[in-house]
Design a protein around this ligand. Structure first.
Ligand code: NDP
Ligand code: 8X3
Length: 250
């Protein structure tokens, strides 16, 4: 059992929700955040550890700053930051994508993650041992049609994680870029703008990763001894793999 605190962005669904449950099972105090506050309240009621729930849009730098400044005493010693809030919007070709969707992905996956990280760095650096887990994606490493800005935003997350590592080496704060492949959460429902059928069809027969699989990995990373930094982990369901380069003939 732990007396430490973990802050999770995007705890209303998917990896964030599964991680909250797992860290709670191991006795961590939780700061859970997301835009859908009702879901956070339901989760807080379910957990039997101290929980501080905050309605938070990570794109709002002032709100992020205010949230941290207003933390109750018990929740101030944050040892684990799970930078999880993020989304993909659209999976069609770049020329059909809406500019608004591109901006939303950049604002959330890049600017939002930066907002939270910048505010939390001084807090984490006070700890003898701390972890930042940044949710990147296989889309950070591998190009595929329809990934355009989503993959670009996750490539930022992966490289930002490595660069943070360089600055934080020796500080006690470890940084990991976690790069999952296909996992069945609300991710595709969001990406396909609420089309449940399209989301179900994508996962059908693939035995994808589950949110709990990713939560297990997140938790495992944080449990490594202080002298170990897991730089990155790329994980896919066994049914997913790379394909050949595309060749277009004229
Ligand atoms: P879900 O859609 O299930 O969960 C996404 C979470 O992000 C929700 O809790 C949502 O909360 C939160 N979120 C989205 N936008 C914002 C915002 N502006 N401010 C605060 N919170 C926000 O998806 P996953 O759990 O699958 O995804 C979690 C992360 O993992 C994302 O960064 C995603 O890109 C990444 N990822 C997902 C993979 C997958 O296949 N599922 C694979 C690789 C990476 P709310 O809407 O309540 O604000
Ligand atoms: C989500 C995984 O493969 O849809 O980051 O890009 S993928």
């Amino acid at each position: 059992m732990s007396s430490s605190t973990v802050l999770i962005t995007g705890a209303t669904s998917g990896f964030g929700l599964a991680s909250a449950r797992l860290f709670a099972k191991h006795g961590y105090s939780l700061i859970i955040t997301g835009r859908r506050f009702e879901r956070l309240q339901v989760l807080a009621d379910e957990l039997s550890v101290p929980v501080h729930s905050v309605r938070l849009d990570v794109r709002d730098a002032q709100a992020v700053s205010d949230m941290v400044d207003a933390l109750p005493e018990h929740f101030r010693n944050i040892e684990v930051l799970v930078n999880n809030a993020g989304l993909a919007l659209g999976a069609g070709p770049a020329w059909e994508a809406s500019l608004e969707d591109w901006h939303t992905m950049i604002d959330t996956n890049v600017t939002g993650l930066v907002n939270v990280t910048h505010k939390l760095l001084p807090v984490l650096r006070q700890q003898p041992k701390a972890s930042i887990i940044n949710l990147a994606s296989v889309a950070a490493n591998w190009a595929y049609p329809g990934s355009h800005v989503y993959g670009g935003s996750k490539a930022f997350v992966a490289q930002f994680s490595r660069n943070l590592r360089s600055d934080l080496a020796g500080s006690g704060v470890r940084v990991t870029s976690l790069e999952p492949g296909m996992c069945e959460t609300e991710f595709s429902l969001v990406r396909f703008k609420g089309d449940q059928q399209k989301s179900d069809d994508l996962y059908k027969g693939t035995n994808p990763l589950r949110a709990e699989d990713v939560a297990d990995i997140i938790f495992w990373i944080t449990q490594q001894p202080a002298h170990i930094n897991i730089n990155s982990i790329e994980v896919m369901p066994a049914s997913q793999a790379w394909d050949n380069f595309k060749l277009v003939r004229s």
